[in-house]
Design a protein around this ligand. Structure first.
Ligand code: ZN
Ligand code: ZN
Ligand code: ZN
Length: 353
């Protein structure tokens, strides 16, 4: 493995390295801090001025799944070993699961597969038993969501049974283990009754604690985890998300190839005029970069969607409300809102992230 050096100056705090591949996996710029806003909850804030172009945060997925059509031939399939996650080009040989669970699971080498054995063992039986029926009855999106939940549970399982190193702790108050997942926002109250009913059924049928999926959590806890995952997971795209003003002509961020949950990156709130852009690196790590000069005390935000895709206020609002369950009150939304509507904001649901 090639070692990727993210630490370029002293102005960064190393959160954790992955010793199995000698790779620095999580770090935070020392001018970036966590803060608690009475309305928005947890947020990222600049402690000192940060110039545009500064790399602000790199976070490794707590769980990641590939999102590709035809995994057997797709160049964007990721190595299943979460410490590797390299792209598996279709012209290079891949190692499949010896138990033949799903084609979406493959490794770049037998070494990577063997190193991933304990983790994959947690999900393999579940995938064999349920992947096809969830895909057929509930569709690809729900399958992906369920698999991401299973992989979060797998990470928790490994953390509690096998891994006892420093990667399971908190560094400078940045929680990146299961405790970091528990801190994520999200609750059943923000979703419609119909949606919650559907997820409740999904948990009962496929995600309950059982011999196939021995996680030890109650159905209610898994349902809560789904709400957290839906409010906090990232889609991974080949190009940057959040460039503003939008490039002309509009270049979108490309096709999604994975979905992941990042305990630290999930702390960033949304703005339709963000001061950070985000993009995964070649190993599925999420990288935040300042896209503007950020002054001390300012909140550091990303855009939760492709700004070239939802440009006017109405479409942004509709998308955020449908997918993220809040009404954005960023400076851009406020400035584009007709004056008579601004007075009504006191009765609209506030940003809950
Ligand atoms: Zn690999
Ligand atoms: Zn398998
Ligand atoms: Zn906005």
């Amino acid at each position: 493995m090639i070692q990727t050096a993210y630490i370029r100056s002293q102005a960064s705090i190393l959160i954790a390295s992955d010793e199995t591949v000698g790779r620095t996996s999580r770090w935070v710029h020392s001018h970036l801090i966590q803060a608690l806003d009475p309305i928005k909850g947890r947020q990222l804030r600049a402690f000192k001025d940060i110039p545009a172009g500064t790399r602000m945060l790199v976070d490794r997925p707590y769980a990641i799944i590939p999102v590709v059509d035809n995994p057997a031939t797709n160049d964007d399939l990721l190595c299943s070993n979460r410490a590797c996650n390299c792209a598996l080009r279709s012209n290079v040989s891949r190692v499949s699961c010896p138990h033949g669970c799903v084609a979406d699971v493959a490794w770049c080498s037998s070494t990577c597969r063997d190193a991933d054995k304990a983790y994959h063992s947690f999900e393999c039986n579940w995938l064999k038993r349920y992947a096809n029926s969830i895909r057929k009855k509930w569709g690809e999106y729900v399958f992906g969501m369920s698999w991401l939940i299973v992989r979060m549970l797998a990470s928790r399982h490994i953390e509690r049974t096998i891994q006892h190193d420093t990667d399971t702790s908190s560094t400078h108050g940045w929680r990146h283990d299961w405790c970091g997942i528990e801190l994520l926002c999200g609750s059943v109250d923000t979703w419609s009754h119909e949606q919650v009913r559907s997820w409740t059924l999904l948990v009962k049928k496929y995600l309950q604690n059982s011999a196939v999926l021995p996680h030890g959590l109650t159905a209610q806890q898994v349902l809560h985890l789904i709400c957290q995952e839906e409010a906090n997971s990232f889609g991974l795209y080949p190009r940057e998300t959040g460039i503003y003003p939008c490039p002309q002509p509009h270049i979108n961020r490309g096709e999604q190839f994975a979905a992941a949950v990042y305990p630290l990156a999930a702390m960033a709130n949304h703005s339709c005029i963000p001061n950070m852009i985000h993009k995964p690196d070649e190993y599925g790590h999420m990288v935040f970069t300042a896209s503007k000069d950020i002054l001390a005390g300012q909140e550091c935000c990303i855009s939760y969607f492709d700004l070239t895709e939802y440009t006017d206020l109405t479409s942004r609002r509709e998308h955020l409300r449908k997918s993220f369950r809040f009404t954005c009150q960023c400076d851009r939304c406020v400035s584009e809102t007709p004056a008579h509507e601004l007075n009504d904001w006191s009765v609209m649901p506030s940003m809950d992230i």
